[in-house]
Design a binder for this molecule. Structure first.
Ligand code: BDR
Ligand code: CA
Length: 310
């Protein structure tokens, strides 16, 4: 089997942690590097969490490098109200990491990894797009080494941080704008599809039965379920970030539509809105394949299979 080389850019975060585990559990992906960004919690905590997750599953050979501690121009904005103070609150506290971050930092690690890979590499950004925007600014010559970006962020419809904006894009809209305008092929896994990936009691029970890590994942999701119920009234917490990994593993899990996505950076009420030109009324060239439907059953199969491989 030929594995697809990927880099995950993360801000763990419960759903980021599950996405990391998925990417490690499947032989169809070759996780070359992990970079961290401030998002759900501070950079220090997201890095600590990424290291803790990889230590737990014994993947300390994967380099982890720290990226941006704050958005390009905005004040930091975090989501402890969803992920808890640590970013990974829950019934089980993960043990401390057994390895240290790579000293090169996120941008250099991405650059080196792209240069060294024989095949072009897929980027899977699961937090605010700050690191990716800085990377594209600093290494325009390496753009053609990126096969594709499968990102979790945005929405064609409602937001989750403001009525108009999804969290990852809201936090750093300027970075998101630069990424969407970069010309790199993008699949946008926004709330329209990730809200269909809710892990209800049945799915959490199934997860609990998967090896040693299943109960830990189910524990994360029990915590996530409680905050999602409190904040949004949801009966099942969405596995946002794993959808962007699943879309790389099996693109048919998503129904997509090619369209123009512009990021609102000026609006007083609409900061971070991904304005999706569904009907092509602007005449602007499309720049993204936007997820408009999720095959929920297939998504959970992919998730169970990948976690079963750990
Ligand atoms: C996104 O925001 C974060 O809270 C999650 O990790 C996910 O990446 C969902 O809006
Ligand atoms: Ca995330």
């Amino acid at each position: 089997m030929i594995s697809k080389p990927v880099i995950l850019d993360v801000d763990p975060g419960h759903d980021d942690a599950v996405a990391l585990m998925m990417a490690c559990g499947t032989l169809e992906l070759d996780l070359l590097a992990v970079t961290t960004v401030a998002g759900n919690v501070s950079l220090e905590k997201t890095t600590h969490n990424a290291l803790r997750v990889l230590s737990l599953i014994d993947r300390t050979n994967i380099p982890v490098a720290t990226g941006a501690a704050r958005p390009l121009r905005r004040e930091p904005y975090t989501a402890e109200y969803i992920h808890g103070e640590s970013g990974l609150d829950g019934p089980v506290e993960l043990p401390p990491p057994t390895f240290e971050p790579d000293e090169r930092g996120a941008v250099t690690l991405i650059a080196d990894t792209l240069r060294e890979s024989v095949e072009s590499v897929t980027l899977i950004p699961l937090g605010p797009l700050t690191n990716i925007a800085i990377f594209l600014r600093e290494h325009p010559d390496l753009k053609n080494r990126i096969a594709h970006i499968s990102l979790m962020g945005g929405s064609m419809g409602l937001g989750n941080t403001t009525p108009a904006a999804e969290f990852n894009i809201y936090v750093d809209p300027e970075a998101a704008r630069e990424v969407f305008e970069s010309g790199v092929p993008i699949t946008m896994c926004g709330l329209d599809v990730t809200h269909a990936a809710g892990a209800g009691p049945k799915e959490r029970e199934r997860l609990r039965s998967i090896g040693e890590t299943g109960p830990i994942v189910a524990g994360f999701l029990d915590f996530f379920a409680a905050t999602y119920e409190k904040v949004f009234g949801f009966d099942a917490p969405p596995l946002h970030d794993p959808v962007a990994v699943a879309a790389v593993l099996d693109p048919t899990v998503l129904t997509t539509r090619r369209m123009r996505v512009d990021v609102e950076c000026e609006g007083a009420l609409t900061r971070g809105e991904t304005v999706c030109d569904f009907h092509g009324v602007t005449g602007k060239p499309p720049n993204a394949d936007v997820g408009i439907g999720l095959d929920r059953e297939r998504f959970f199969e992919i998730l169970y299979d990948a976690l079963g491989g750990l």
